[in-house]
Design a protein around this ligand. Sequence first.
Ligand SMILES: NC(=O)c1ccc[n+]([C@@H]2O[C@H](COP(=O)([O-])OP(=O)(O)OC[C@H]3O[C@@H](n4cnc5c(N)ncnc54)[C@H](O)[C@@H]3O)[C@@H](O)[C@H]2O)c1
Length: 274
Amino acid sequence: MVVRLPENKFDLTNRVAVVTGGAGLLGVEHASALIEAGSIVYLADINENKCIEISKKLGKRCIPIYLDVSNEDNVKTVSRLIFKKNKKIDILINNASINPSFKQNKNKNFSRIENFQISTWNDEIAVGLTGSFLCSKYFGSIMALQNKGVILNIASDLSVIAPSQDLYAIKNVDDDKQPVKPITYSVIKTGLIGLTRYLASYWSKNNLRVNALSPGGVLDNQPKDFLKKISTKIPLGRMANKSEYREAVLFLCSDASSYMTGQNIIIDGGRSII
Ligand SMILES: NC(=O)c1ccc[n+]([C@@H]2O[C@H](COP(=O)([O-])OP(=O)(O)OC[C@H]3O[C@@H](n4cnc5c(N)ncnc54)[C@H](O)[C@@H]3O)[C@@H](O)[C@H]2O)c1
């Protein structure tokens, strides 16, 4: 009798991955999780210098590359360049985003709907939502032709719940001047779930799987009072460490999730269940 050793479905040896927003807090974690499993990773970001710096730490399987996900010509060129070099592209992680701002002047807080500027709306949607569409269009079309590939959209717990605006409230400020989590964030993250389902169905015959990961908030030197407030809203009683999504990313990008497509995995310490 021949006993076969179980194959390691998490193994990514020789896979070629692209992580957008790769120079950011979570992008580096996604990239290093894939590299650790054997993948080559293109760390793609508008902050090319930071990508270069990070790739020196992550080793030679981490390749820094300038990519503006909101620029269609640039996305097209970069997708072709990576394909030409490697003859394939296996994994795309749509992770880039503009960190939403809470801009304020003496009379107004610009995060509030009543003052929200169309230019801010356009800029944020262009990266978080349109950028994910554009990268899916070009990188995904290559994967579809290969009849193999994985796209992972990084959403947020706010893809399934509304923001708790009291988290952002400042003492002794009138209600109509309080900062709020901008509407763009919810729209982008909820939109990404629609994009995930659409693409998963659209490319299902091409063996291209598309899923989403919805992380909860990550510890990143937030003020103490914010940490105290948000912890009461999370059943596990704390925000996430930045390394706590690595295994999920690996699962979703590898053959370990071979029967999964169109889904949204929520890892939020339980925030969205209460
Ligand atoms: N950090 C969190 O608490 C948290 C929680 C839930 C979801 N998320 C999501 O995870 C993803 C990563 O978050 P993060 O905390 O690492 O953010 P971050 O701000 O640290 O990183 C975002 C990266 O995107 C890059 N970027 C901005 N515009 C770009 C463009 N046009 N083209 C290419 N790159 C561009 C930035 O340069 C930056 O390096 C985001 O989609 C975010 O919404 C983060």
